[in-house]
Design a protein around this ligand. Structure first.
Ligand code: NDP
Length: 287
């Protein structure tokens, strides 16, 4: 590869990446919309680029760490000539379709495109527990892998450029719903004066004990028959109703729980009361 790596975007994440690359002996060229943010990087040894065109021309590998899809397209689209033949690794958080759209644009213009998703906060960059997901042009990915491995554990998810984003979004969705569970439990317990921190500790222990069941439920989904005799839709309907009633008795809304109940009721109404409750996954598919 060429001698330098260009980094577009020096926010919290771009700065951490630039610093890590310098630390590991890589020559870096940096660009940021607000030029003042580049100054400390230049002082630390990066080469400053006044424009995206200059940054793109300076390196064979361009790491994009801007804010969102719109800012990526705003700054890459005008620079097809400078980017042609280069490897662009887009680390910006996007949806899978946004990643696919940028990949298609890159392919149309001879730009070697790898989409990335960072499962880490800036302070973790460079640590093995920083997990970075990639998808898209596999040859380009392998070419820049030694560089990417300096940022954290690199995982290639597949040729579909949307895969890294999809996995990122799926895992974030799981986290989001899990933390809503914390909120519900804390809200319920606070009605009796229990400190939130105490309830959070109890939720943590309870979830840790329950987590292995996630894989058992997943195995039922993969098998696809929903007839293992595990916890049924009808059993779960009563369970969820109790949670909803208990919340309301304490003066706490059950808004997070009600969609779960609605899906279970739909399953029961379509003749699946005896099915394993995990059949609920079928109700999530939008036809
Ligand atoms: P920051 O808000 O710290 O920085 C945003 C960066 O984007 C700045 O360099 C900013 O430039 C630039 N920017 C914003 N809008 C534009 C625009 N229209 N044109 C040009 N530049 C623009 O964000 P982060 O660095 O934290 O995040 C960068 C990406 O990394 C995001 O996609 C984020 O989702 C992802 N990410 C971040 C994580 C984190 O914990 N921080 C974790 C995982 C992923 P300026 O200085 O001029 O405003």
């Amino acid at each position: 590869m060429g001698s330098s790596t260009s980094i577009l975007g020096l926010g919290a994440m771009g700065s951490a990446i630039a610093a890590r690359l310098r630390e590991t002996g890589h020559a870096t060229t940096v660009w940021n919309r607000t030029a003042a943010k580049a100054a400390p990087h230049v002082a630390a040894g990066s080469k400053g680029a006044a424009t995206v065109a200059e940054a793109a021309a300076a390196s064979d590998v361009i790491l994009v760490v801007l804010l969102d899809h719109a800012s990526v397209r705003e700054h890459l689209d005008p620079h097809i000539a400078e980017l042609k033949g280069k490897v662009v690794v887009n680390l910006v958080t996007t949806t899978p379709d946004q990643a696919r759209e940028t990949a298609a644009w890159a392919a149309d213009h001879g730009i070697r495109y790898v989409d990335g998703a960072i499962m880490a906060v800036p302070s973790m960059i460079g640590e093995p527990h920083a997990r970075l997901l990639y998808s898209g042009d596999e040859h380009a990915y392998n070419t820049v892998l030694p560089l990417l491995e300096t940022l954290g554990t690199a995982e290639y998810t597949g040729k579909d450029p949307g895969l890294a984003s999809l996995k990122d979004m799926a895992l974030l969705a799981a986290m989001d719903l899990m933390f809503l569970g914390y909120v519900q439990a804390i809200a319920m317990m606070r009605t009796t004066g229990t400190p939130a921190v105490q309830t959070a500790g109890e939720v943590e222990a309870w979830l840790a004990a329950m987590l292995p069941h996630g894989r058992e439920l997943a195995a039922i989904v993969d098998q696809g028959t929903y007839d293992t005799g595990g916890q049924s839709v009808d059993f779960d309907r009563f369970g969820i109703q109790s949670l909803i009633t208990a919340s309301r008795e304490q003066g706490i809304s059950a808004q997070f729980l009600e969609p779960h109940q609605k899906l279970l009721e739909e399953l029961a109404a379509t003749g699946h009361g005896d099915s394993d409750w995990i059949r609920i996954i079928e109700r999530l598919t939008i036809h």
